[in-house]
Design a protein around this ligand. Sequence first.
Ligand code: CTP
Ligand code: ZN
Length: 154
Amino acid sequence: MSDNQKLRVSKIHNGTVIDHIAGGQALNVLAILGIDGTDGEPLSIVMNVPSDRLGTKDIVKIEGRELSEAEVDVLSLIAPAATINIIRDYDVVEKHRVSRPETVVGVLECPNQHCITTENEPIESRFEVLDEGVRCVYCDTIIREDLAAHILAG
Ligand code: CTP
Ligand code: ZN
């Protein structure tokens, strides 16, 4: 395909492009990053376009904001193949893959209703990242699938 055929949304001036998200996961990626568009920053979301590597993929472009590696590593839980591109003055100045963090703090909600993090205590959720899922460090509950369903509302 020519570049023009591939380009569904414009290039961005400055900011972050999250590429190679598995098809259908873009909205979950935004949720896990706590981005909902209400602060007015330009946001482009492309979903379910053909990809050689993934079959179909999603792309998210966030104008005016450079996401840090720590910030984006949580999204490896739902988009392990994602590529983070930092854009300055239209050029890709940094490109890296997401890596699995050891723990995720304040991002997921423990499904155990009796967990101290889900009661009215000012305690942030904290999960240890395992190969087979994530484990609550307070009550040992393991979430094995559909992590996106456990993302805390921003
Ligand atoms: N991009 C953008 N705005 C820019 C520069 C790049 O939106 N000013 C987007 C591109 O459309 C692409 C991603 O950022 O989705 C990565 O750009 P680039 O590295 O140029 O593309 P590829 O070489 O195809 O990337 P990869 O090798 O990671 O597939
Ligand atoms: Zn718990």
